[in-house]
Design a protein. Structure first.
Length: 349
């Protein structure tokens, strides 16, 4: 993905997908897993940027729907079946992407908030004040920030510790216009009182440092012990309540940490539980509790990471029987011998 970004960047374009793993992931895998990342709030889900595709079926046939037309209303849009299929229907070999122009100005700001409700209010104000130039809206709790500070040698640019942090990035084509919008947003944040402190990046290095605080949470938590990871979608008002309920559930588990961070602009929570080492009894407490809570709140058990092997049998918490069986029918049609990434995505028979 990084190589692609570098190549198109030479021509004044950018890739509408950005991940912390950009230096090691591949576009085919990004499409097969329908990866999300940091820019969904700006460019939408990855599938919206795919104009055409070529894929190889299990029997060797090639489905070639490569096109650079933005409008093609000629029957079933088969390429969409392969996006998010996790390699269970075929192998994606080529893709035609709609690329946006590289922003000429990028502005970043970090705020310290006393509650998650304040984070939500910051996000609301960002959409209201920044409008079309919003390109990332991220949050992390205090435990995440501490983990990054202590384990990744990345210091917070804010003087004090805060319960929550809200990170916003705005990118556009006019530096003066974009700066004016960001300054208006910062003023509104403090007028409303949804942040106790905040700082705007004054250089590219400082902006990179702020974004690095968010992108280095996962490796920071890995250094603390065994990680139980959950990537879920929830109504924005309920996102952090799952972290709080899980924390209560595990209050008697010695040495456990329950943390939350994610893409607040996409309703996407990354719930992480850390214990000094793997404990089967902890997993039994967490699952299916987390999935049941997500289902009760009408969310999704996988926002952007996919189902794979571990979540396949929990698909019922996000999809009803008819939907699952229809997906199985498609799987059997494309791959009657079950040779494409078996035991993934669909519940095991």
């Amino acid at each position: 993905l990084q190589t692609l970004a570098d190549k198109v960047g030479e021509h004044g374009y950018t890739v509408p997908l950005d991940l912390g793993s950009r230096g090691s992931c591949f576009l085919g895998g990004n499409l097969a897993t329908h990866a999300g990342g940091l820019r969904v709030v700006r460019y939408g889900q990855l599938r919206a940027s795919v104009l055409g595709m070529r894929a190889v079926l299990p029997d060797g046939r090639i489905l070639d729907s490569r096109s650079t037309m933005r409008k093609d209303n000629t029957g079933y849009d088969l390429k969409q079946l392969f996006i998010g299929s996790e390699g269970t229907l075929g192998v994606i070999t080529d893709a035609c992407l709609l690329l946006p122009h590289t922003p000429l100005s990028v502005n970043t700001a970090l705020f310290g908030c006393p509650s998650f409700a304040n984070v939500v209010e910051c996000y609301r104000l960002a959409r209201q004040c920044l409008g079309e130039i919003v390109s990332a809206c991220e949050f992390m709790d205090s435990l995440c920030m501490t983990a990054v500070n202590e384990n990744m040698a990345l210091a917070s640019p804010l003087d004090d510790n805060h319960e929550f942090y809200f990170l916003v990035e705005a990118s556009g084509m006019n530096q003066d216009h974009d700066n004016e919008k960001l300054e208006m947003f910062v003023e509104r944040v403090f007028e409303v009182g949804c942040a106790d402190d905040g700082v705007m990046a004054t250089s590219r290095d400082q902006a990179t440092h702020m974004m690095g605080l968010r992108e280095n949470i996962a490796p920071a938590l890995k250094s603390l012990g065994f990680n139980y990871k959950y990537d879920v979608s929830l109504p924005i008002r309920d996102m952090y309540s799952l972290v709080e309920k899980t924390r209560v559930l595990l209050k008697n588990v010695e040495g456990s940490l329950t943390l939350g961070y994610g893409h607040v602009g996409d309703n996407n929570l990354h719930l992480n539980i850390v214990t000094p080492h793997y404990q089967a009894q902890v997993l039994e407490l967490i699952e299916p509790f987390v999935y049941e809570e997500v289902s009760r709140l009408k969310g999704s058990i996988s926002a952007e990471h996919g189902l794979g092997l571990k979540k396949a049998n929990y698909l019922k918490y996000s999809k009803d029987t008819d939907l699952i069986e229809t997906m199985r029918t498609l799987k059997d049609l494309f791959d009657p011998n079950g040779i494409m990434n078996p035991y993934k995505l669909l519940p095991w028979k």
